[in-house]
Design a protein around this ligand. Structure first.
Ligand code: FPP
Length: 241
């Protein structure tokens, strides 16, 4: 067990790669979408665990720019799931003080889904108990490319001096510009990859790779992982004092 130290505070922003839905379903002889539905149910439990753990920001990876390569049936099943999730959960999210934001490129998403996303962002805009960000059609490289395009347009239009561009400038063009960087990134299902998730923002994040498949990831296990983070010593590249 690592020694507790002066940096022993919990993570304010936790990001999660929710992986393992397909294998969870397969292990039960059920279609992959059954696993995604079970996975969606877990999201509420994890969001609700956040306030007691001091987690103010939770960002979850729901659909990546690479996920379009899955079968048409799985992709359309997931899109239906997202629409239903937003419709069914919106009331509870509003009432429970959850502020919802979406990151990712909306261009490929269907109109109905985008409208539901916009509405939910608006409906929860005054909430502040937990800031839930859902990454939908999100890819880290795609986000940096889109940010760079907007930045280049500002330079071309004379609104931005290219000599003044630094890391902080670029960060302001990212989808996450209002969010702090994640302190802890969790990936379930035993895979130790970051899969294009929050590439820029996670430069100094701690990573936890957990064997549990996402539909089995409970609030208790989340609390344990968050607790383990609190005893780590983050130095941000500095020499230990
Ligand atoms: C990865 O499991 C999971 C996804 C691609 C979808 C994530 C979606 C959810 C958890 C449900 C919806 C969430 C919200 C916020 C509404 P996988 O299919 O890659 O699993 P596998 O690696 O076992 O095949």
């Amino acid at each position: 067990m690592p020694q507790s130290n002066s940096d022993s505070i919990g993570p304010s922003h936790v990001a999660i790669i929710m992986d393992g839905n397909g294998r969870w379903a397969q292990a039960r002889g059920r279609p992959r979408l059954y696993g995604h539905h079970a996975g969606a149910k877990r999201v509420r439990e994890i969001v609700e665990a956040c306030p007691d753990l001091g987690v103010k920001y939770l960002t979850v990876f729901a659909f990546s720019t690479e996920n379009w390569k899955r079968t048409q049936a799985e992709v359309s099943g997931l899109m239906t799931l997202f629409r239903r999730y937003i419709s069914r959960e919106s009331r509870a999210l509003v009432e429970n003080g959850i502020r919802v934001r979406f990151i990712g490129d909306r261009i490929r998403l269907d109109e109905t889904l985008v409208r539901l996303m916009d509405d939910l962002e608006l409906m929860t805009a005054d909430n502040d108990r937990v800031h839930l960000t859902i990454a939908l059609n999100y890819g880290g490289r795609d986000e940096v490319a889109r940010a760079t395009k907007r930045l280049a347009r500002d330079v071309a239009a004379g609104r931005l001096d290219p000599e003044a561009v630094d890391a902080e400038t670029l960060a302001k063009y990212l989808d996450t510009y209002v969010l702090p960087d994640p302190d802890l990134v969790i990936r379930t299902s035993g895979e130790a990859r970051i899969s294009n998730f929050l590439l820029w923002q996670s430069a100094y994040a701690e990573y936890e790779f957990i064997d549990t498949l996402w539909p089995d990831f409970t609030g208790d296990e989340f609390a344990r992982v968050v607790g383990d983070y609190a005893v780590r010593d983050r130095r941000y590249g500095a020499v230990p004092g």
